[in-house]
Design a protein. Structure first.
Length: 207
């Protein structure tokens, strides 16, 4: 990811559910780094995907029409986060999804705060993503795929689901080329925190 020290807002602490809940309520998320105390980020430039600005290109639209995948929500959270941790990341040595992070987010899922979307093909888990629901604001954390378009179509399944519940945007945290092609854009930290406050005040039930 592309960040700077100005994006780090806290060091240390723990990954207990209430700690994570309070962090997300304030637009902050953990990103562990080797040989350092736990790092907490609130980027100066925050990537969001407004659902009204979602752009589905021709190849993705064709893949969606021809898809043989079946999609579920919260059917295999632990497997999804484990696969995200195992996914090779270009330019990265290892993963920030440590065993401690997996344990923490599985606990968040058990408490109803973290959710997954799964893509299945012939009974096999071939793609998916997971994230955190903070009082009606969804933060996407990571995704994986073992079949072409599996994670991208899982994301589209998620956007349809969230839109049906009244959501208008997703927190992407840090921009990626794929998300930028889908129409994601950056907002300032101040703009993001204001958007988060307004969204939490709506009291949406996303899942």
């Amino acid at each position: 990811m592309s960040t700077s020290s100005d994006d780090i807002v806290a060091l240390g602490g723990n990954l207990e559910p209430e700690t994570l809940r309070e962090a997300y309520r304030n637009g902050v998320f953990p990103w562990p780094a080797d040989d350092l105390p736990l790092l907490w980020f609130c980027p100066r430039e925050r990537a969001i995907l407004e659902l009204a600005r979602l752009h589905v290109g021709r190849s993705l639209a064709r893949a969606r029409r021809q898809s043989r995948f079946t999609f579920t929500i919260d059917a295999a959270f632990a497997r999804v986060i484990a696969q995200c941790a195992a996914e090779p990341r270009p330019g990265q040595d290892g993963t920030w999804i440590t065993d401690e992070m997996i344990e923490a987010y599985v606990r968040m899922h058990e408490l109803g705060f973290a959710h997954s979307v799964e893509a299945w093909l012939d009974g096999r888990l071939v793609g998916g993503l997971y994230g955190v629901d903070t009082d009606g604001a969804f933060s996407a954390e990571s995704m994986f795929y073992h079949e072409p378009y599996a994670s991208k179509l899982a994301l589209l399944h998620l956007t349809d689901h969230l839109a049906s519940r009244g959501a208008t945007w997703i927190d992407i945290q840090v921009m990626t080329p794929h998300m930028e092609r889908l129409g994601a854009h950056d907002v300032t930290r101040r703009e993001f925190l204001a958007l988060l406050r307004r969204t939490r005040a709506r009291g949406l039930r996303l899942f």
